[in-house]
Structure formats: C-alpha cells, structure tokens
Write a protein of this length. Structure first.
Length: 424
C-alpha cells in the first residue's frame, strides 16, 4: 500500500501533515511523491477563509472524479468545523481529525480495506517528540501548543483546534536539539497563538525562547503569531528573550482593525492604545524588528470612519509585512449572523488598503538598499536562485550559494515583498 499526502494552510497544519507521514512510516506504510503512484490520498485541509473552503471542496471532488479507484481520507480543520458539508461531498470518505493524528495508520489501513473510518474529537495528546517526516530538513516546524484562549467572533479555526493545550518546554527543547543536530538551521515555533503558551501549564514563552535559542549550533529561531491581548502582561520578558542573537528580529502581531469599536465587536480583547504600546516597546528595544500585521477588511460593523482609523494606524506603525483578508462569514462564527457590508464598499476598501500596503512595505524595504546583510539561505527560489532571510526575517534573493549557510550580501533592489542582492 502506498500513500500520498497533501497539506494546505498554516505552518501548524503543515506540521500536522508531517506527523501523519511520520505515523505512517513508523507503521511500515510507504509514502509516495505523486497521486498517480498512490493507493490512498490524504488531503490535510485548511478551512480558515471562504475561498480556502471552496478550494478544499473543489479539491476533494476533483480527486473523486479523476481518481475513482483511489481511497480518499480527509484530515485537517474541515473535519471538525464542517462535518456536514464533508459528509455531503464525500459520504464514502474517511476522516482524521487534527487531534487524532496518532491513529493515522489505523485509519489508512482500514480505508484501504474498504472501510469508512472517522476519527474525530479533541485530545490532550502532545504533538512534540512524535515521529515526523519533512521534505525540508533545514526548516523545522515546532508546534509549542494547540488551541487558543480567544473568542474572536469571526473565527472558525478555534472550533477545530479547541482549548489551549501547551506542551512541556523540556519536550520542545529536546525536539529542537535533535532537529539542529540533524541539520536544521531554522526553528519555527508555531501555534494558533504563541503568546498563549504556558497559560494552562504555568510555563512561559520567554523561557521557551531562551532555552531553544541557547542550544548549541548555528541556527535561527522564528517566533510565530502572537495575539496582542496575551502578550500585554509579559511584553518585557518576551522582548528580552527575543534580543537573543539567534532569534529573528521579527514579530507577527495581528491587529485586524484600527478601530476600538470594531475590535470590541470582534471580541479581540485589546484596544488600539494597548496595541501601539506593545509595538512601541518592541521597536524601542529592538530597533530593526520586522512587524507583520493582519488586517480584516470590511468586518460587518466597520463604518467608513472605522476603516479610516485602520488606514491611519497602518501609516503610523508602518509594518513591513501586511496580510490583508476580506471579511467573509465562516461556519459557526458569531459574526456570521451579521449583515455583510455591500460588495462594492468591500471592493473599494480592499483596493485602497492594498495600495496602502504596497506603499508602506515598499517604503520599509527601500531602506535596505546598499546595506550589507548577513543572511541565512533557507530554500530554493521558485524562479531560480535561492531565498535567504535577513536577521529581521525579510526574504532576499541570492545566487551561487549553498542551502543552510550564512552569507554576506549587498542589497541591490527592493520590492514591496522581497529584496534582491549580490554576493560579497
């Protein structure tokens, strides 16, 4: 029996796909690199946005149509968020919920034999230290906790990931140590909210960062998304930990809106004054830090004035990375009961904010021109060359280098999303 796995969505879900693969190999089930070779296909789904939902549905239906002889198993967030739709489009499809990955081999074996198996429901099983299979030995994704403490009105992911479940620091550090010894040069600490780490176990994110960064080896640590409300009471300690030379000067701090009214409607648990205070502290203590933000355009209660406040905030804090999403209803989300804003208004706001994004990020990246940067080469470029990361996690195109090495480059060109360079 041969199995093909395809994973979609966030870094955390990519790591789930690696765990599924590890569980299969541990149970002597072969993995293949193409659907054509496979007897069983696992689709590890993402369900965060409506376009992604449509993509997942289309993908599953396409596989059923084009490969009727192959068994299909669906994993990922769709399993827990929308089982009704999944049952409708795939009544003969097996499921593996994101908390049941240790049962992957048994689900695959049963499905291959013609059974329809659905393993769902929450679990406190750890995802650290379990067998994993990755196509990339240089970048190691390390899941530090699963679930969140939030109640955001627009989110459906929390229905799939459940309440917060932090993994022990000792186990996380042990996995990081092993990955570095096996050649990893970038450790990505990931979660639905890394700032929530330890709130249920009594441990601290700042201690975790320091312990991983203090491991022997030449590598970098990237700390994943942090919810502003959960960083409020621990800002100074986290900043101190992130000053470690092996930690990227990078923070992903979603704000979603520049309006306190909209943030309250979203039940985000923070206000703009608090958000700006966090950003100010980071920029004061780590001047070169890259700030990445998330913005939801057109939340149902967003007025023109609320939107203007979002534009004003972005121009004030000048993020180097801006992730824009048009608001769309999600199954089970509280805000789905609200009336959406008119499509024309949504389109106009999204277009305007995209232009602002281009302007701000290009302006930030231009400051790198002619500078000398020590960069870590992490992956091959899709259009040739290699992609490296500066110490503040800005992607740089480089040529004639080796993967996994640190090199000095001169920045020769800046776009709104990446830099180009010449090797020194």
């Amino acid at each position: 029996m041969k199995v093909f796995i395809e994973s979609y969505g966030c870094t955390f879900n990519q790591a789930d796909g690696q765990i599924i693969a590890g569980n299969l190999l541990e149970n002597d089930i072969d993995l293949v690199e193409s659907i054509e070779e496979a007897d069983v296909v696992i689709v590890n789904t993402c369900y965060v946005k409506l376009p992604t939902e449509d993509k997942m549905v289309f993908r599953i239906q396409k596989l059923q149509k084009e490969f009727p002889d192959k068994k299909i198993i669906v994993g990922g967030c769709m399993v827990e968020i929308d089982p009704e739709k999944l049952e409708k489009i795939g009544p003969n499809v097996s499921w593996i919920g994101p908390h049941q990955l240790n049962k992957s081999a048994s689900v695959v074996n049963a499905t291959y034999c013609g059974e329809v198996i659905r393993e769902t429901g929450f679990s406190k099983d750890s995802k650290v230290g379990v067998p994993k299979v990755s196509d990339d030995g240089l970048i190691h994704i390390l899941q530090i906790c699963e679930g969140c403490l939030g109640a955001c009105t627009f989110c459906c992911t929390r229905f799939a990931r459940g309440p917060l479940n932090s993994y022990p620091i000792s186990d996380i550090v042990a996995e990081a140590k092993k990955a570095i010894e096996n050649g990893a040069c970038e450790i990505q600490l990931t979660a639905q909210d890394t700032a929530a780490f330890g709130r249920d176990s009594g441990e601290k994110l700042s201690d975790l960062i320091k312990e991983v960064a203090n491991l022997e080896g030449d590598f970098r640590v990237r700390v994943g998304m942090m919810h502003p409300k959960n960083i409020l009471n621990n800002v100074d300690e986290i900043i101190d930990a992130m000053k470690h030379p092996k930690v990227y000067d990078f923070i992903h701090l979603p704000v979603q809106s520049g309006s306190d009214k909209v943030l309250s409607d979203m039940r985000r648990g923070h206000n703009i004054s608090q958000y700006k205070e966090i950003v100010s502290k980071f920029k004061k203590e780590i001047p070169d830090i890259t700030l990445a933000v998330d913005i939801i355009v057109g939340y149902p209660t967003e007025s023109d004035d609320d939107f203007d406040k979002t534009v004003e905030l972005l121009r004030q804090i000048k993020p180097s990375l801006i992730h824009l999403s048009k608001y769309q209803h999600r199954i089970g989300a509280i805000s789905s009961s609200l009336k959406e804003i008119p499509p024309k208004v949504m389109k106009e706001r999204s277009k305007f904010l995209s232009e602002i994004k281009e302007e701000i990020t290009k302006e930030e990246n231009v400051e790198f021109l002619d500078s000398i940067q020590n960069v870590l080469v992490v992956e091959k470029g899709s259009k040739g060359g290699y992609i490296a990361k500066t110490n503040n996690y800005i992607p740089v195109i480089v040529h004639d280098v080796e993967l996994g090495t640190f090199v000095d480059v001169k920045i020769t060109e800046a776009t709104s999303t990446y830099l180009k360079s010449e090797l020194l």
